[in-house]
Design a protein around this ligand. Structure first.
Ligand code: CA
Length: 714
């Protein structure tokens, strides 16, 4: 503990102090191995990922070479050493403590016995995949002020590998190439306009000597795109914008000119959205790169494109040539998106026998609740059916390829309670496909949301600009009402038959936000839960065979690989992410990589539960109108980090419990940016001093009404 941490007088301040310590001076890095030491291990000191390896990765069970294991992104491994007969003999082989206590969403890569993974703040870690021994770490030194532009925690979903390098995208919008042996940066390019609220959370992909990367920021107001960079030099090769810019500036391509015909009004003033923040896949035979495009910005089309229009390429799957970025086809899942129904959920390529013919298809279960099977050569919609309850559309018309919307789906007349919610029927948690069972395994979820036109919406550059308020969807403050609502928010592992477009079976979980899925030829599927279990099931019928208590929420996609003939299963664990920040579940971060093998004997250190301070809050001074105004502002600016109803998810400070000293400087923290270096946004320009005080009065009220119960919970 440094001097600052020694001054802690509450847990909240301790967390702040530790964050500050990280922000100001990174803790001393463990000494890296010298080359001489590295050569004494059984793993190679370097690798070269030749251009043939990625296209042929399906048969290479030893490695996990790209985010979805192969270009098809099936997350299916041919390994069978761990199977239904012995899965209950799995034990911990090793663990690696990640020093950043923020959400863990990364899918690790394994290349020739080395594992590469990432954590919050875009940090990269390399380790011996058989032992967990650290080889090197890399910190891109992201300024923590940039955390203010990360809609959904400062997470990172992993790296790409190509040649002798590892590639990571950073929260501050850079793409960095690292020497895979040493972890030393080779090149570092800014992929975004740093004056705009762009971030990168997604994993890059490597195709034909190019590194592909998109970005995030559609909740703030940016114009989405995907770019390709030369893997050797970092030189930009092409960029494909997903939404048109201001026509007065001319269009980058005929494709953008055509897309502009589907927009109305002055959308470019709001950025338009359409960020490419997650899904990509590649078909080497067709030489087509596929990527998923995100939601509109702001959410309500009525604001950004008031006379309607499909708003291409929002919520679309787009196919382009990887060498040039040339447009080939697109399929729009949600025309004129008004619901945050991104099509950025992972894309899986597979060959299916449909009506007696083998079809090369692309599948996706985007947020909007429909499962799509699309001809990946042409973009033709083959079939679509809802995989979770859907109320915004009755079905997808196969003749037109368009959803048939229900009355008031666009909440134009009044607020409309609808399924799915902006959390999606499925979010970024990767699904998997097993060619053995013919099933797609989806981390599916079921929650409603009250869509509404925010009467207070005013475009605020650099801040959240949804035009839809979360307040009508807030969890009930009354504990009895809360008990009734929570069971209605559901999550399940859904085994889906993509040919019949129907459920094969499902495993119901206690709630949503369950982990990504791995399928293996051992007739197994693996999945973590936000409740802190990592589980193995039979892939053919869902029978649970094994579980491990991970001491923290498990939401990332697991991997499997083999070193020296021994099969391992590994998963990044740690609480956080947008759900972990905003919803209180009792989980703590405890970020780690956990790796299992048959007969593994390692155990985790016991959890030390620290006492949590909940100081007496200041007296309630606000009148009901002030508290109500504060609540509305809280659900516009604060809840996504500090929790629904001001109850922290357990990662960032719980405002109900802050010390009197923090109340005294509330305005300078909220409005003037006193803690900007910790990642606490400076709200000057969108919140006045009076607004900040209204929010404080709401927090004080919540502190008073929840204090005894919160103490009991600890
Ligand atoms: Ca979004």
């Amino acid at each position: 503990m440094n001097k600052l941490a020694n001054k802690c007088f509450s847990k909240t301040l301790c967390i702040l102090a530790i964050l500050l310590q990280n922000a100001c001076s990174e803790p001393a890095r463990k000494p890296s191995l010298t080359e001489a030491q590295a050569t004494t291990t059984s793993i190679p000191t370097s690798f070269t990922l030749s251009k043939d390896r990625l296209p042929n990765a399906a048969a290479d069970g030893d490695n996990w070479l790209t985010y979805g294991r192969t270009y098809s992104e099936q997350r299916y491994s041919p390994l069978t050493q761990i199977n239904t007969d012995n899965a209950n003999e799995l034990g911990l082989a090793w663990y690696y403590d990640i020093p950043v206590q923020r959400g863990m969403e990364a899918t690790s890569l394994v290349v020739d016995g080395r594992m590469y993974t990432t954590s919050g703040w875009s940090k990269v870690y390399a380790m011996d995949a058989a032992t967990g021994r650290e080889l090197w770490t890399y910190d891109p030194q992201v300024p923590h002020e940039k955390g203010a532009h990360a809609c959904c925690d400062v997470i990172n979903r992993g790296v790409a590998a190509w040649g002798d390098k590892i590639y990571v995208g950073t929260i501050d919008g850079r793409l960095i190439a690292l020497n895979a042996s040493s972890g030393k940066p080779v090149w570092d390019v800014q992929t975004t306009d740093t004056s705009q609220p762009y971030t990168i959370s997604g994993a890059p992909r490597a195709v034909k000597g190019k590194i592909l990367i998109g970005n995030s920021g559609a909740e703030y107001g940016v114009r989405g795109y995907i770019s390709a960079y030369d893997a050797e030099t970092g030189e930009q090769i092409w960029r494909f914008y997903t939404v048109p810019g201001n026509p007065a500036n001319g269009f980058e391509s005929d494709t953008m000119k055509a897309a502009a015909d589907t927009w109305t009004g002055e959308w470019w003033k709001y950025g338009g959205g359409g960020t490419v923040w997650n899904a990509m896949a590649y078909d080497p035979d067709l030489d087509l790169l596929y990527f998923g495009v995100g939601n509109g910005s702001p959410w309500d089309r009525n604001v950004r494109s008031p006379q309607g229009g499909d708003n291409l390429f929002l919520s679309s799957i787009v196919a382009v040539r990887p060498d040039s970025g040339e447009y080939v086809w697109h399929y729009q899942t949600t025309p004129g998106d008004s619901w945050d129904y991104t099509a950025t959920q992972d894309i899986i390529l597979m060959d299916l026998e449909i009506d007696g013919k083998t079809r090369k298809v692309l599948t996706q279960a985007p947020k909007n609740g429909f499962f799509y099977v699309i001809d990946r050569a042409t973009g033709e919609l083959i079939s679509a059916n809802n995989y979770v309850p859907v109320s915004w559309a009755t079905h997808v018309d196969l003749q037109t390829g368009r959803p048939v919307e229900t009355a008031n789906a666009r909440y134009e007349n009044e607020n409309e309670l609808q399924f799915p919610s902006p959390f999606g029927g499925h979010n970024w948690h990767p699904m998997a496909y097993s060619p053995d069972t013919g099933l797609v395994y989806i981390p599916a979820q079921e929650a409603s949301f009250v869509y509404n036109r925010d009467p207070n919406f005013k475009y605020s550059p650099g801040f959240w600009n949804l035009s839809v308020s979360f307040e009508p969807s807030a969890l009930p403050e009354d504990p009895e009402e809360l008990k009734k609502i929570l069971p209605l928010i559901k999550g399940r592992l859904l085994a889906w038959d993509p040919v019949k477009q129907e459920e094969a079976f499902h495993i119901e979980h206690p709630g949503p936000w369950n982990g990504g899925i791995l399928a293996t030829a051992g007739n197994l599927i693996f999945q973590g839960t936000p409740g802190g279990e990592f589980r193995a099931y039979r892939a053919d019928n869902g029978e649970q065979l094994w579980k491990y208590l991970a001491q923290t929420g498990v939401v990332a996609g697991p991997i499997t690989y083999r070193v020296n003939g021994e099969q391992y299963v590994s998963v990044a664990v740690g609480w956080g992410t947008i759900f972990g920040l905003s919803i209180h579940t009792g989980q703590q971060p405890r970020s780690r990589i956990l790796t299992f093998k048959l007969g593994g004997k390692k155990s985790l250190p016991p959890v030390k539960v620290a006492a949590v301070d909940f100081p007496e809050p200041p007296p309630m001074a606000g009148d009901p109108e002030q508290v109500a105004r504060g609540k509305t502002l809280f659900f516009t600016r604060c809840f996504m980090c500090h929790g629904d109803g001001a109850v922290s998810g357990g990662v960032l400070p719980d405002l109900r419990r802050i010390a009197p000293e923090k109340h005294a400087i509330w305005k300078s923290i909220v409005v003037d940016g006193a803690f900007a270096k910790l990642g606490m946004p400076k709200f000057q320009g969108t919140l006045s001093e009076a607004d900040a005080e209204d929010i404080r009065q709401y927090v004080i009220k919540r502190a008073h009404e929840t204090r005894p119960e919160s103490i009991r919970q600890q």
